[in-house]
Every structure is written in structure tokens, then in C-alpha cells.
Design a binder for this molecule. Structure first.
Ligand code: A3P
Length: 843
């Protein structure tokens, strides 16, 4: 391979990827391998989750394992050694489908109580263990493993590696190949003499390969060693897969994925389909001197042809900015023209005309830029029918710039886009998709090539680094773990040294050699549909505060301000006095509430319903820009938030530091108040059915009656809803108000609340609230000394609850109230007097 780069005239011979795929010399003739399907009925008892046991939270192998599971979207629980493992007996969110030890000696030296618990769990659910062997010292030594007829030899330098073709665990890995090369690091190898052990792979002692066979013919056969084994469980009924090294070696990644699948009976299997899309951004945008020329375009076409033999229908996806057409030197302008001559051989998508960042433009200018680019496409007959677009520098996609989405829909009828920024750029395995206003936003992967990667020498470690990227490096691992891969490249990567063609051809060849992955290409809209069919739970976005991340602020409009977000929320539940609290808070000169919503009875109701899909710009419109951001306390009250399961996660994502206020009254009273509220609003069900009939509604009753029953009863299961909030917020951010106290002594409650939120200046409510005998509640004292009470809908007059319903509710809430009392005690929160009374009544 040779290249010579001259800045004036290129005399380079572009590098070609060298991917040799030598067969394992020991395989029988006509050997083929079908990837195994590991699914058995046993997987139905298991959850899609793994238990990882680590020495401490910071070790490299432990983190590596956790990252892999994250990338595979497998839920994992990390436990440090020394902790008890009661979660095995409880199994809250479904049973663990596999147990992973970052260091096998942790398992061997576990205290007998935990060890018995673990082994019993593994046997009961037929769940296996994966473990990595970590040497305790640097020298070569042998160790017999407690309890097992197994000896480990540590710190062995290995060379060449291959999989045992007779093992049944291979699914993603393709056995029958020989990896020729030295293995970095020192390895542990296994010696055994029992049928329970089956080698998973073989390697060779480094020195034995280099021996001179003529010296001693007996030594001429290289010494074969076993660096990974499968304990098939013949000894004690537990299957184990042991690795004599960590995840530094790329083959171990494939083997690890297969082990997860095999030991979990297919519960932790992931698809072998890998969708690949290669976007070429900045078409026409590159600087003069490094743009594509005629021969580069021809090379793109021939490379595309090759890629099509592997991925039927594959097309490079070209993103253009028309303004820069013919902006190179004479040779490069000929290249631009060649691209257009062959336009029907590629897929195209429109960019901004001048490659502007959408977040810095208003809607008129976003539209104008797109219209000009569209005009350019029409003038040059560029086929732009993929309904796909990408925003320069990810600007406006996430955090969402609504103007960009408006213009995309209006000008281009965009249905799918991609970004690296959701939820964050890093870690790259954590990127996900979402749908906003009908546009599918897919995660984009990095392939290591950027605008500045023009020549091989621009890449870290040059050609070797470029090769390593797909030969087991980051690019290889990306495809291994991600079923959907949209890679962003730039025009410059296709001219000059054509590093992109080198990379993708090499990647495809390497994947074909070593894996059973099926590489697939489909048009972008189909890609989006397939993505959300596979990950439907990702359709729902999870908005974050753009100001919490530097990269996000940089691509968010300067006209927007994160100060228009609340510092605390009153979350309900309904009928506990939330309006009174809202009104009292609004009286405070430093506290500012949201504006009223015309559609949802004054409340914004952003986090619980469809309003959430309108995005954070919509939400922020409900708040003024505070004059003085530190001295102004914005808040929002939506009483529906308290008992919606999805809300705590959404709130903690956007407002992680917000204080959460809720009010609790006797749940029986709350239920009755809700029923009366519905009657007052002329709800036909509440008018036609007595409270008792509603409470007794069973499956035979019409759905509307059962719905009303649920709305009466469900919010009052306080402990269970509070637990959801505590999953996402520390207890110190939560403030629970006793609703009876709010009703009878609001001055004291407002005093405590101000202390909790640290509101400055202090507002003395004793001067501004007083009891109104006529209303029967505390009301606001106006400047002219009149009382201003809440409207007729708050503090209604209605008959007392009938005795049968009261008895039913007392029984119904007994367990829930007891749980609430336990929870409040555990949190060191005061127990309201109504709760003490309710519990005393039960005894
Ligand atoms: P009732 O109307 O059933 O008595 P919300 O505002 O969350 O819908 O709660 C309404 C309840 O607030 C009322 O229910 C009432 O009991 C209670 N409340 C507490 N303090 C109040 C006050 N100062 N004025 C009016 N209602 C108050």
C-alpha cells in the first residue's frame, strides 16, 4: 500500500482495506454454522435484566459490563460485594436473567449465606453466571479454584485466537475463523479434567509459536490453551461462562453478548439485524482544495456497488447545501458536476441553503433558507423524496427549536431525522430516539470520521488507527451493539484519501468475516418505522433542561431562557386544598405562579397528558421571564401530577432540582369530595349514581361508573404514589402538607413552607389571612380589609357521607394508610393527625 500526498497535485493511491479472514485450520471440511436460537420456555419467568456484582462502583471491568448492558438496553442492577443480596428473593422488577461477576474470586469467596442464596436462585430459575478472571499478582502462577476441579494459570501472554466450533453458545459470533495476532494484556487460561467443562475458545502460548521446530520436534506443535470456558453445570446444576481476560479484546465482546443470550434462555438475546445508513453531509460545502473530484465520485459509485452486494439497495445519502455548488477549484467543480450527473445513483436530502444553524434563525429565515435549497434541488433535478433531513451541527433538533420542525414539515415534508444529541452526545451507547410532532428523530452513531479527517494522517494513529476502528475498535463495537446505525460523514472524507470508503468497506468485510450479523439498508422513513417498531417505548421524548448541558445551550436559541421554568411544583392530589395553597402562594411578593391555561381549568397539566408532546417552549410560555432570577420563585400547580405514574420521571428530567409539594388529607374525604365535585360539574354518572353505588361498581357496571370509582379511589393510595416520586427525587426535595392543617391553620403551614423553600423575603401570612366564619375557611385579607375567599367551587356544602361508604372506605384504605405511616416514619416526616386517627380507628 502506498500513498504520497502532495498539496498541489494529488498523487496518492487511495488505501484499500485489508481484511483477511483466515479459516481455523482445524475445522472439518464443509463446516458451516447456523447462529443458535437460545430461546426456551424458561425465559418466560425472567425479566430483561441482569445483576452485576462488582468489587466497587469504579472498576474498569465493572463499568465496561454496565455500559454493554446499557447499549443493549438491558436493565441492570449493580451491587458491590459485601452487600447482602436480598433482591434475589424479592425480584421486584422481574427476575434477573443472568448474574455477572466482574471478578470470579468474589463469587468464590462470598460468605456462605449469600453464596447459598445465589446458587439456589441460579438453580431454581435455571439462570447462569458469567464471570471474569482477574489476576491478583503480576507473575505467572497457578491456582486451584475452591470447590471446583478447575485450575487457573495467570498472566500468560497469548497469540492467535479462535472459537470452539463445537460450542452451542454462538449466535452473533461466527466460529471457524482464526484471529492472527497478539492479544494485548496478560491472560488467565484454564486447565481442567472434568466433562462439565467445555472450552469456548483456544489460543496459543506466545513463545511456543515462535519455537524452531527443528530444535525439538516434540515441541513443534504450538501449545494450545483455553482462555474461556463453559461450565455446563454437570457438577452442581449451575451453568457458568468464565473469561480469562476482560473486555479489552474485541472478540470477548461478541462472546459476552452470546453468553448473555445463551445463559438467559434467549431472554437477553438481541436481533442479528443491523441497519446501516451512511449520510454524507456538507455536499458542496467543503473548502477549496479538499473537495471531491471526478475520480472520487467514480470511486464512491464503485464502492457503493460493492456495498450493495452485501446490503441490497444501499445508497450513500447525500446532504447538500446548494449555495456552495461549484465553489472549488476547476477539478473540484468538475467533481460537483459529476455528482449531479450521477444524481439518480444516490439518495439526497436537503440541508439549509447556506448550512446555517437553525437555532440562530427565526421561522421566516429558516423557511427561506430551506426554500432556496429546495429551489436549487428543483433547478438541478435532484431527487429529494426521502422525507429525511439533518440539521447542521444538530442545531434545533434537540433541544427542540420548534421553528425548525415547522419549516421541515412545511417546506420538505420531513418525516425522519437523526441526531447525536439525544439525550446526550456521551456516552455514545446511550443515544436514543424520540418522536416530536410526527417527525421521527433517530440516534446517530459516530464512525470516527469528521470534517477534518481528510487524509489518513489526520486520523489518530494514521492508517493503523483507521483500521483498528473497524477491526474490533469503536466502530465495530458500535455496530455490534446497535441494531440501527446512521453514520454521519462529510464530503471531504470521500475526496483526498477517501477515508470513508476505506472505513465502510473495511467495516463490512470485517463484520462479515467474524459475525453472523445481517447488514441491511432501507430508505430513511422505513428505517424510522422499523426503529420505533423495535423500540416503541422510545417514541415518547423525555425533555431535559437545555441549560444543564453546555453542548445543548450552544445549539439552543439565544432568545430562550431556562429561567422560565418553575423552581417548585404543587402536584396535588386533587381535592386536598391545592387551590387554596396556590392562592396563598401567589399572594407572596416573591412567588410567581404560572399563567392560567384556557383549556385545562387554569392548570397547565404539562407533565401528565398530551401537552407534554407540545415541548418545553410551549410549557415555558406559561411563565414570565423573571425580572430577578434569584429573587423570584416561579411555581406551577397541577393537581393531576401526583398520581400519574409517568410524571415523576418527566419532572425529574426537566426540573431535577425542583421542590415537590403535595397535600394529603384523609383519602376517604378526598374520594367523597371528588364525587361531589363531579356532581357539581353535572357529570351524568355522578348525578345518576349514589356515592355508594359508585364505590361498589364492579365489572358488571358500565365503564364510566368504574372510571369514576377509580378517580375517587386511586389518588388516595398515597404511599404507592409517593414511592414513585421517591424513585426520582431525594426525600429532601419533597414537602408533604397535612391538608387538615392547611385548612385549619394555613398561617403555620405557609410559615413552614417558606422555610422549606428558603423563600426570601419572609412573608408574614398572619397579616394577610384570616378565618371567614361565613365561608368556614381561611380567606385572603384585602387592602380594604375585606375578605376574599375562594370561589363557590372550593369549600362546598354537601351532605355528610353515608355510613356504609365510610365503613367501606375505612377498610379499603387501611393497608394504604398503614403503608403511608411506615413510609413517613422511615423518611422522618411528621405523621398527620388525620392519619394517626385513621390508624387508631382501625385498632
Ligand atoms: P371541598 O369543596 O370538598 O370542601 P382543591 O382545590 O385541591 O380542589 O381542593 C378543594 C378543597 O380544598 C375543598 O374541598 C376544601 O375542603 C379544601 N380547602 C382547604 N382550604 C380551603 C380554603 N381556605 N378555602 C376553600 N377550600 C379549602
Amino acid at each position: 500500500m502506498s500513498f504520497k500526498i502532495s498539496s498541489s497535485k494529488r498523487t496518492l493511491v487511495s488505501p484499500q482495506p485489508q481484511v483477511s479472514c483466515p479459516p481455523d485450520p482445524d475445522i472439518p471440511p464443509n463446516f458451516t454454522y447456523q447462529p443458535r436460537d437460545h430461546r426456551t420456555k424458561e425465559r418466560n419467568h425472567l425479566g430483561r435484566r441482569a445483576l452485576i456484582i462488582v468489587e466497587n462502583q469504579y472498576t474498569k471491568t465493572g463499568k465496561g459490563i454496565h455500559n454493554v448492558l446499557d447499549a443493549l438496553r438491558i436493565d441492570s442492577k449493580v451491587e458491590t460485594i459485601g452487600n447482602n443480596l436480598p433482591m434475589l428473593t424479592h425480584g421486584e422488577k422481574g427476575k434477573f436473567a443472568v448474574i455477572i461477576f466482574e471478578n470470579y474470586s468474589t463469587y468464590l469467596t462470598m460468605d456462605s449465606w449469600n453464596r447459598q442464596l445465589l446458587d439456589k436462585y441460579c438453580k431454581n430459575y435455571n439462570v447462569g453466571i458469567i464471570a471474569f478472571i482477574q489476576p491478583k499478582r503480576d507473575d505467572v502462577f497457578l491456582e486451584n479454584l475452591n470447590d471446583f476441579p478447575l485450575t487457573v494459570e495467570y498472566n500468560i501472554p497469548l497469540v492467535n485466537y479462535k472459537l470452539n466450533i463445537y460450542s452451542t453458545i454462538w449466535r452473533m459470533s461466527k466460529p471457524g475463523r482464526l484471529y492472527e495476532g497478539e492479544l494485548a494484556g496478560n491472560w488467565a487460561v484454564f486447565h481442567f479434567n472434568h466433562a462439565t467443562y467445555q472450552p469456548l475458545s483456544y489460543s496459543y502460548l506466545k513463545s511456543s509459536l515462535n519455537q524452531d521446530p527443528s530444535a525439538n520436534p516434540a515441541d513443534s506443535k504450538p501449545k494450545r490453551l483455553v482462555p474461556a470456558i463453559h461450565d455446563t453445570g454437570q457438577l452442581d446444576g449451575i451453568q457458568r461462562i468464565l473469561f480469562g481476560g476482560g473486555l479489552e479484546f474485541w472478540m470477548h465482546h461478541m462472546m459476552f453478548v452470546d453468553s448473555l443470550s445463551y445463559l438467559s434462555h434467549g431472554k437477553l438475546s438481541i436481533t442479528l439485524d443491523r441497519y446501516i445508513q451512511v449520510d454524507i453531509d456538507d455536499i458542496f460545502v467543503g473548502k477549496e482544495g479538499v473537495r471531491v473530484k471526478v475520480e472520487d465520485v467514480m470511486a464512491m459509485l464503485s464502492s457503493q456497488k460493492y456495498l450493495q452486494t452485501v446490503m441490497e439497495g444501499f445508497h450513500f445519502n447525500l446532504g447538500f447545501s446548494g449555495r456552495f455548488y461549484l465553489h472549488g477549484n476547476a477539478e473540484e467543480d468538475a467533481g460537483d458536476k459529476k455528482l449531479l450527473e450521477y444524481r439518480h445513483h444516490f439518495w439526497w436530502f436537503g440541508h439549509m441553503f447556506k448550512h446555517e444553524q437553525a437555532h440562530s434563525l427565526d421561522v421566516r429565515n429558516v423557511e427561506l433558507s430551506m426554500t432556496l435549497n429546495k429551489q436549487f434541488a428543483q433547478d438541478n433535478a435532484i431527487p429529494v423524496d426521502q422525507h429525511y433531513a439533518v440539521a447542521p451541527h444538530h442545531s434545533g433538533v434537540y433541544p427542540v427549536h420548534e421553528e425548525l420542525y415547522d419549516a421541515w414539515r412545511k417546506i420538505w415534508d420531513i418525516k425522519v431525522t437523526s441526531t447525536e444529541e439525544y439525550p446526550f452526545l456521551y456516552p455514545f451507547w446511550g443515544r436514543r430516539g424520540f418522536v416530536h410532532r410526527g417527525i421521527m428523530v433517530l440516534p446517530r452513531q459516530t464512525c470516527g470520521l469528521f470534517t477534518h479527517t481528510v487524509f489518513v494522517t489526520d486520523y489518530k494513529d494514521g492508517l493503523q488507527g483507521l483500521e483498528e476502528n473497524f477491526k474490533g475498535g469503536e466502530l465495530f463495537l458500535t455496530v455490534l451493539y446497535s441494531p440501527f446505525n446512521i453514520f454521519m460523514t462529510h464530503m471531504n472524507n470521500y475526496g483526498n484519501d477517501r477515508v470513508a470508503l476505506f472505513t465502510f468497506e473495511g467495516m463490512v468485510k470485517f463484520l462479515q468475516c467474524w459475525t453472523n450479523l445481517r447488514l441491511i439498508s432501507v430508505p430513511p422513513v422505513q428505517l424510522g418505522i422499523n426503529y420505533f417498531n423495535m423500540f416503541p417505548e422510545e417514541k415518547d421524548p423525555l425533555w431535559q433542561n437545555p441549560c444543564d448541558y453546555k453542548r445543548h445551550i450552544a445549539i439552543w436559541s439565544a432568545n430562550k431562557s431556562c429561567e422560565r421554568l418553575p423552581r417548585f411544583l404543587v402536584v396535588g392530589p386533587q381535592k386536598t386544598g391545592t387551590t387554596a395553597l396556590y392562592t396563598f402562594l401567589s399572594m407572596h411578593p416573591a412567588v410567581v405562579s404560572n399563567y392560567d391555561s384556557a383549556t385545562t381549568f387554569e392548570e397547565v397539566q404539562f407533565f401528565n397528558g398530551n401537552n407534554y408532546y407540545k415541548g418545553i417552549d410551549w410549557y415555558m410560555e406559561f411563565f414570565p421571564v423573571p425580572q430577578n432570577s434569584t429573587g423570584t420563585y416561579l411555581f406551577e400547580k397541577s393537581a393531576t401530577y401526583f398520581d400519574h405514574e409517568i410524571v415523576p420521571q418527566r419532572v425529574s428530567s426537566l426540573l431535577p432540582r425542583a421542590k415537590i409539594i403535595c397535600i394529603l388529607i384523609d383519602p376517604a374525604k378526598r374520594a367523597y369530595s371528588w364525587y361531589q365535585h363531579q356532581r357539581a360539574h353535572k357529570d351524568p354518572v355522578a348525578l345518576n349514581y349514589s356515592f355508594n353505588a359508585v364505590l361498589m361498581a364492579d365489572e358488571r357496571m358500565p365503564r364510566q361508573v368504574r372510571d369514576l370509582r377509580n378517580r375517587c379511589l386511586d389518588p388516595g393510595m398515597y404511599a404507592q404514589h409517593l414511592m414513585h416520586w421517591l424513585d426520582y427525587f431525594p426525600a429532601r426535595q419533597l414537602f408533604i402538607i397535612d391538608g387538615e392543617q392547611l385548612r385549619n391553620n394555613p398561617i403555620h403551614v405557609m410559615h413552614k413552607l417558606q422555610q422549606f423553600i428558603h423563600i426570601q423575603p419572609y412573608f408574614d401570612y398572619s397579616q394577610h389571612l384570616r378565618f371567614d366564619p361565613q365561608k368556614g375557611f381561611f380567606c385572603q385579607v384585602m387592602n380594604d380589609n375585606r375578605n376574599k375567599c375562594l370561589g363557590r367551587g372550593k369549600g362546598r356544602m354537601y351532605d355528610a357521607m353515608d355510613e356504609t361508604s365510610a365503613t367501606f372506605l375505612r377498610h379499603f384504605y387501611r393497608k394504604h394508610n398503614a403503608n403511608l405511616s411506615k413510609l413517613l416514619n422511615k423518611l422522618n416526616f411528621p405523621v398527620p393527625s388525620w392519619l394517626q386517627d385513621a390508624l387508631a380507628d382501625d385498632n
